[in-house]
Design a binder for this molecule. Structure first.
Ligand SMILES: *Cc1c(COP(=O)(O)O)cnc(C)c1O
Length: 428
């Protein structure tokens, strides 16, 4: 490795003394790929600069929010509102403006509540679904991530209709037992759960495009069947669009697929890089939320004025004509280049892409669910990742994450990335 990393190493050494694992969120620690994590000092446009002054073309994009790239001028300008106060804990016009944009763009959202993270959005949406239906069980899918709330950190049992065990220490088994798990894209498994527990299921929560086991698109008819199961059994359908919302288009994946959920969770892009989450849906359902209804949910910093300003600036930019078309052209340029490199070096790998998010799975079998995703070769991904890093390209530090193309990636960035991918695949 030719990069100078002395200062980054020193900072990370110290970090480990004060922060568990040296980080504030586990995957940042590079446990998935080995080696010392990049310690970021600054970022602009498509690039991050580390504490030693090395630059990288960034495709991790803070795990999704940065669809306009780093330090986008329009967003940076918006957060100059800081001089008018950092938080009021009171009603503002900005939150109304962002709510109007969200309700205007996302087809199934009539009312919305802002929170400060995607985790808060999903846990609140589930509480609303339970309050609305008077039921307690939820269905989630193996390999779908919905944040770190207790009942959502649950892995599948081995059988289809088995009750789940917690995926994390500290989650009571009794609580996890309220969560039923099915394999992603497995309609029959969901049917079996509804057959067994139909009148106890409050909601099905799903990433309409799975992006937390790597990018795995929904099979034809999968989301439609979830809609049908929920409608037929009096359960609510929750789309966790924390990644796909404003990423695959202004209306999220619900607009692309035409399948309308009862509740939608948002995060990441909607905050433009500030800590924002949101959940929303049909008026009748959102009327459950306090102070209108009996479902309590609150937040000291919810609707934070800087976060709202960043969200408004971002969504305004995304609504410019041609934005998503131009993003698609960039994403296709990158995916075509990566696919050509895979073919040239006859690598057992497949690139899974939905719009501007993609994952290069080191697997020759198609990836359709968590079980097939897990068959990908993580060690080979780790070597590939470090090859790219040494060449100045920062991919997500795990085989099971999505990479994101942003509006700040230039053709030159993408061509340099393709060359680095080609070299990394050739070297292995
Ligand atoms: C990132 C993510 C979350 C959690 O959001 P946080 O802001 O990290 O709490 C929830 N659901 C999905 C689909 C996500 O990708």
């Amino acid at each position: 490795m030719s990069r100078k990393t002395d200062r980054s190493k020193a900072i990370f050494q110290e970090a480990q003394r004060y922060l568990p694992g040296g980080v504030d969120s586990p995957v940042r620690s590079f446990r998935g790929v080995g080696g010392d994590p990049v310690v970021v000092a600054s970022a602009a446009g498509s690039r991050i600069t580390d504490a030693d002054g090395n630059q990288y073309i960034d495709y991790c994009a803070s795990w999704g929010p940065l669809i306009l790239g780093h330090a986008s001028q329009i967003v940076v300008d918006a957060v100059q509102a800081a001089s008018k106060g950092l938080t009021y804990g009171a009603a503002t016009e900005a939150e109304v403006e962002l709510a109007k944009l969200v309700c205007g763009h996302v087809p199934s959202i009539e009312m919305v509540r802002f929170v400060s993270s995607g985790t808060e959005a999903t846990m609140s949406a589930i509480r609303v679904a339970r309050g609305f239906t008077g039921r307690s069980k939820i269905v989630k899918f193996e390999g779908c991530y919905h944040g770190h709330a207790d009942g959502l950190l649950v892995q599948a049992g081995s059988g289809v209709a088995t009750l789940s065990l917690p995926d994390s220490a500290g989650v009571p088994a009794s609580y996890a037992a309220e969560t039923l798990v099915a394999p992603y894209n497995d309609v029959d498994a969901v049917g079996a759960l509804f057959e067994r527990w139909g009148d106890e299921i409050a909601a099905v929560i799903v990433e309409p495009v799975a992006a937390n086991m790597g990018v795995v698109p929904p099979a034809a008819g999968f989301l439609e069947m979830l809609r049908t199961f929920c409608s037929d059994n009096g359960a609510l359908l929750i789309f966790d669009e924390v990644i796909t919302g404003f990423r695959v288009g202004l209306g999220g994946y619900q607009a692309s697929s035409g399948v309308m959920p009862d509740l939608t969770c948002l995060g990441k892009v909607v905050g433009g890089g500030m800590p924002v989450g949101a959940y929303g849906g049909r008026r009748e359902v959102m009327h459950q939320v306090a102070p209108l209804g009996p479902v309590y949910q609150a937040g000291t910093l919810s609707g934070n004025p800087l976060a709202m300003a960043a969200g408004i600036a971002t969504l305004t930019q995304l609504a410019q004509p041609g934005f998503y078309e131009a993003l698609e052209v960039r994403a296709v340029r990158l995916s075509d280049g990566i696919n050509a490199a895979i073919a040239r070096h006859e690598v057992p790998a497949c690139l899974s892409r939905v719009g501007s998010m993609m994952t290069l799975f080191f697997s020759d079998a198609p990836v359709t669910d968590y079980a097939s995703a897990r068959k990908a070769d993580s060690e080979r991904y780790a070597r590939f990742f470090h090859g790219l890093l040494d060449a100045g390209v920062y991919f997500p530090p795990s085989q099971f994450e999505a990479l994101f193309v942003s509006a700040a990636h230039t053709d030159a960035d993408i061509d340099a990335t393709i060359a680095a991918v080609d070299a990394a695949l050739a070297a292995d």
